[in-house]
Design a protein around this ligand. Structure first.
Ligand code: ADP
Length: 179
């Protein structure tokens, strides 16, 4: 599924984000940038040790929640990996939506600074961090849509969803944005 916002496009895909051929792949990292399971483990496995060497060297203090930092992409076909730290869901009254929005915006800012034309996001915080998928879809898609309308870049934002449930949740929200 894809929806155009001016000269920019949001696309939804189902699959493994490490196979994406885009300028930047976003990792759902933890604040220590220490590696982990889920999408983080998959990116480090597919990209090789170079990515972790760069985070250790350039960001020894890690990355705060709601922010993102950039490294090269090692063996991945992308040019960059943006390591975004989403919030841990703890009921929704602890600023989680603002922190999730901020994590996505940080990646979009990194993409525009680096002149990336395409970027792929996973559903940040919806795995181990427990953010409800429906809410994550609403909050992340609205953030990206607003950024694209405001800034008219990057040209392509793909959400690469792991499984039919995640894809369905995102498709319902994106569909509602077209009407
Ligand atoms: P977080 O700690 O931010 O919740 P996770 O990696 O546990 O991060 O999960 C984030 C989302 O990424 C989940 O929806 C999970 O199903 C999904 N995911 C896991 N592996 C991949 C992958 N290889 N490609 C795309 N999405 C993935």
């Amino acid at each position: 599924m894809q929806v155009q916002f001016g000269s920019c496009r949001i696309e939804l895909a189902q699959g493994d984000i490490t196979a994406e051929e885009v300028d930047a792949i976003v990792n759902a990292a933890n604040s220590a940038l220490a590696g982990g399971g889920g999408v983080d483990g998959a990116i480090h496995r597919a990209g090789g040790p170079q990515i972790m060497e760069e985070t250790d060297r350039d960001y020894p203090d890690g990355c705060s929640v709601g922010n993102a930092v950039a490294t090269g992409a090692g063996k991945l076909s992308a040019t960059y990996v943006f390591h975004a730290v989403g919030p841990i869901w703890s009921g929704g009254d602890s600023g989680e939506p603002d922190l999730l929005t901020s994590a996505y915006r940080s990646c979009l800012e990194l993409a525009t600074e680096r002149e990336c034309r395409s970027i792929a996001f996973p559903a940040i915080s919806t795995g181990v961090y427990g953010y409800p998928m429906d809410l994550a879809a609403e909050h992340s898609l609205a953030t990206v849509r607003d950024f694209l309308i405001d800034r008219q870049k990057p040209a392509l934002v793909r959400f690469v969803l792991f499984g039919a449930g995640a894809y369905g949740a995102y498709a319902r929200v994106l569909e509602s944005m077209t009407s």
